[in-house]
Structures are given as structure tokens and as C-alpha cells.
Design a protein around this ligand. Structure first.
Ligand SMILES: O=C(O)CCC(=O)C(=O)O
Ligand SMILES: [Fe+2]
Length: 209
């Protein structure tokens, strides 16, 4: 199915609810659940450790170092299935990706809070390709507080095999989140393919002789 635009002002968000067939989505869900090096990382805030309410993993080219929510990430090397998905999502998005952040929401208690993907190493207008596998969860978008956009929050169900593209000024003007759900809900994986400016992180790259 082709992409359609969500039509949000000051954003460029495109959605394809069935980018993958159901059979493909099931197969990728099983394989990635089993073979990705999932870990639960913690944020350190005012001297206290806060475990993230989900499991994560970061894969990519060696130069794609990344700092996310105050956590530094060294990419793991691409696996064949992640390389395959990168190639398909790059073709669909007509752009290149050098890394992928994977999130594993074990049940409705796992979540991601409000944020913009606006780390400097992503550049001012990043294209982020977000593939969902497994249980359908509700994705939320809202104007960035103080960002001058006057628009109601927006909710979108992300079914298995769907592909969401966030491009252009989206991260400058909007935030997004994946709220918890009180309903019993199965596991969901989300893969966000990104382009990280090589060398943007790690001062040793600059000081190397
Ligand atoms: O799980 C999702 O759909 C959102 C993930 C996300 O926003 C992120 O990884 O930055
Ligand atoms: Fe995000």
C-alpha cells in the first residue's frame, strides 16, 4: 500500500498501514525477538537509576555513535535481517540509514514518554523510518510545548507491518510518545531507522592524528 500524509501542520508524517504482509511481519517479529541483543538500560537522573520501561538495542555502521536520553550508544554490527530491513526501508523512504534503534515493549506497561528525536547528530530535519511488529499500540503526536503550533494531540494506531515516516520539520515542531495501556496487550517491537552524522559523537574521532 502507498504512503498517505497525516496532514499535520508544521510536520511531514507519512504512513503506510501495511508496508509488510502479515506473514512477513510475523516472521520478522519472531526472528528479531529471538536474535536481537535486547537490554534494559537505565537513565541516571539526580544520582538515581531509572530503568527504561522497555528493552532496547542499537545496531548500525561503526561510525554511527549516538547519545539518546543521556545514554551513549555504541552500535552493534548489522545482522542479515536488519541489513535486509534497512535496505527495504531506505528504498521506501528514498534516503539512506546508517543505524537503527530497536524498542521492545513487552506488554502494556512498557512505554516511551514524550520526546522529539532532535539530538544534534540527527541533523535539523531528520528522516526517521519507524517499523512496527506485533501488538498494535497507539502512537501519539502533539505540538511541541512553546513551539507555536496550535493543534490538538493526534493518535494513530500502529499495526504490525506498518511503516511511519517522520521527515522535514516534524521533530522541530512536534513531540511523540507511546503511552502505557491498561488493557492486556501482547509484545510489540518497533524499529526506527536513522541517519546519524558520522563522527558527531566521540571526541576521539576529532583528536585522532
Ligand atoms: O515505539 C514507537 O513507535 C516509537 C519509538 C520512538 O519514538 C523512538 O524510538 O524514538
Ligand atoms: Fe522517537
Amino acid at each position: 500500500m502507498p504512503f498517505h500524509s497525516l496532514g499535520l501542520p508544521g510536520a511531514d508524517v507519512l504512513f503506510d498501514p501495511s508496508f509488510l504482509s502479515a506473514a512477513e511481519a510475523d516472521a520478522f517479529l519472531a526472528q528479531l525477538t529471538a536474535e536481537v541483543a535486547w537490554e534494559q538500560r537505565s537513565l541516571r537522573l539526580f544520582g538515581r537509576e531509572h530503568p527504561q520501561p522497555r528493552l532496547t538495542a542499537w545496531y548500525g555502521d561503526p561510525a554511527a555513535r549516538y547519545t539518546y536520553s543521556g545514554l551513549a550508544w555504541e552500535p552493534r554490527p548489522w545482522t542479515p535481517v536488519l541489513r535486509h530491513l534497512r535496505q527495504r526501508l531506505a528504498a521506501a523512504a528514498t534516503t539512506a540509514f546508517n543505524s537503527v534503534l530497536l524498542n521492545y515493549y513487552r506488554d502494556g506497561r512498557d512505554s516511551m514518554g514524550w520526546h522529539s528525536d532532535d539530538e544534534p547528530e540527527l541533523g535539523p530535519a531528520p528522516t526517521i523510518a519507524s517499523l512496527s511488529l506485533g501488538a498494535t499500540r497507539r502512537f501519539r503526536l502533539r505540538p511541541r510545548p512553546g513551539g507555536g503550533q496550535n493543534h490538538a494531540p493526534f493518535g494513530l494506531d500502529l499495526p504490525s507491518g506498518s511503516l511511519l515516516l517522520m521527515r522535514g520539520p516534524t521533530q522541530q515542531h512536534w513531540q511523540h510518545a507511546l503511552p502505557k495501556s491498561a488493557r492486556p496487550i501482547g509484545p510489540r517491537l518497533n524499529l526506527t531507522f536513522r541517519w546519524v552524522e558520522p563522527g558527531a559523537n566521540g571526541p576521539e574521532l576529532y583528536s585522532a592524528s
